[in-house]
Each structure stands twice: as C-alpha cells, then as structure tokens.
Write a protein that binds this ligand. Structure first.
Ligand code: AMP
Ligand code: ZN
Length: 225
C-alpha cells in the first residue's frame, strides 16, 4: 500500500482542489498530467478503502458497529457518539469521500433508502421529527472522509443545537451569489447521449414543463344536458 507523508497529502489535496475546479470532462486528463504515479496509487488505495478509513473497515466487518440496515451497496449503523438516541449513519460500502463523487446510480438508490430508513428511525424511536445531515469537507465539519448521512431523531425539548445565526446580505450580494451559482447549475438537467464514435447526438433538458395557467388553457364549452 502506498503511504504519503502529511506534507505530500497536503500537496495532493491542493492539486485535487485545482482539478475539482475544472469542467468534469477535463478533470481526468488534467489529473493524469498533474498527479504522480505514487499519488494516483495512493488515491486508488483510498478509493478501495485500502487505507485506514474507519467506515470502510466497518463496511468490511473488520470493526464492529450496531447495524441497522445492510444491502449490497449500503450500510446503516448507530453513531458511536449520538446526538440523540437512534442517531444513525448511512454509508456507501464503496469508499467515496464526498457527495459530488457519488455516482448518479448510487446517489438515486441512496436517497430512496434514506427516505425509508428515516421513517424506520422515526418510528423506531417514537421521534417527533428527523434531521438528515451530510457534511462535505473538514471545513463543513466532516470528520470521517467517507461519505455518510446522519439521520438524527428529534424530540421536543431535546436541546440539540443544529441551527445558525443568519447573516445579513445586501440585495447586490444576493444577486451576485444567485448569478454565480445559477451559472454553475445551468447544465444540471442536461441529458447528453453519445453515439458509438463518441460524438454527441442528443441533448435535452429534463426540466418538467410548467403546468399551464388556467387563463392559457383552451376553453371547452360545456354541452347543455
Ligand atoms: P462527521 O463529523 O459528519 O464526519 O461525522 C462522523 C460521525 O461518525 C461522528 O458523529 C462520529 O461519532 C461517528 N463515528 C466515528 N467513528 C465511529 C464508529 N467507529 N462507529 C460509529 N460511529 C462513528
Ligand atoms: Zn472509506
């Protein structure tokens, strides 16, 4: 297994951040240019959970956990330091670090299971509410670098603090941040299909058509009985 020093990991993280800022179709090519063979090997071993990742070890059964649910791709178990009784973690068995790295297929499957799991946690704990939390990156409070969703049952007067003090933004700041994010979000619903030679042959938005307003609908005359 490839080991990197702390310094080398920091340098690798800086490169990965640079690569993450590129359009998805350029990322692979740039990664091959920028990363050394050792760095690529290191990333592979991390992805395969070959490192010391605690959640990979739980998924492999090497570290015990209080399992709530398991299937071929996912595992849910009780958090060892719960925010409330029944605090459950839902993970992929595959070592994926953060949400954007999750495949569309696993992501869709995950949401479907989380929905049902949240109901099980809610009913199994007689909770009055549920918070679902998912931290990405250490700045966001992610301590374990293996994707996980917190399912936290809530009870009246549980005194749990998950809220924030709102900041003030000017209209300009709202507009600016809206512009920047919506620009990045504009292709999310695009479906691109390639032919056998790799040429793009179809592109369509998946956005649903807005329902017509009543005044735009054609009038239908009722027949008299
Ligand atoms: P996060 O801060 O979002 O990365 O959350 C990581 C969570 O994993 C924390 O709430 C920890 O209590 C929990 N955790 C860490 N190690 C274990 C373990 N061995 N078994 C169960 N939960 C764990
Ligand atoms: Zn892992």
């Amino acid at each position: 297994m490839v080991e990197l020093s702390e310094e080398q990991i920091k340098a690798l993280q800086a490169k990965l951040q640079q690569i993450a800022g590129l359009p998805p179709e350029e990322q692979n090519k740039k990664a091959m240019e920028m990363l050394s063979p050792e760095e690529i090997e290191f990333l592979k071993s991390q992805q395969q959970g070959g490192g010391q990742c605690i959640f990979c070890r739980i998924a492999k059964g090497e570290v015990p956990a209080k399992t709530i649910y398991e299937d071929a791709n996912f595992l849910a178990f009780l958090d060892i330091n719960p925010a409330s009784p029944g605090h459950t973690l839902f993970i992929t068995k595959e070592h994926v670090q953060i949400l954007p790295q999750l495949s569309d297929e696993l992501g869709a499957e995950a949401l479907n299971i989380i929905k049902k799991l949240a109901t099980a946690v809610f009913e199994g704990t007689n909770a009055q509410g549920i918070n679902i939390m998912q931290n990405n990156g250490s700045v966001a409070g992610q301590a374990v670098p293996h994707i996980h969703f917190h399912i936290i049952p809530r009870f009246e007067d549980d005194k749990l603090k998950l809220d924030w003090d709102p900041i003030k933004l000017s209209d300009e700041q709202f507009n600016e941040v809206q512009k920047r994010i919506s620009e990045k979000a504009k292709d999310i619903g695009k479906k691109v299909v390639y032919d056998m030679s790799g040429k793009m042959i179809e592109e369509k938005k998946t956005k649903k058509e807005e329902p017509k307003k009543p005044e735009e609908m054609p009038r239908v005359r009722r027949r008299r009985a």
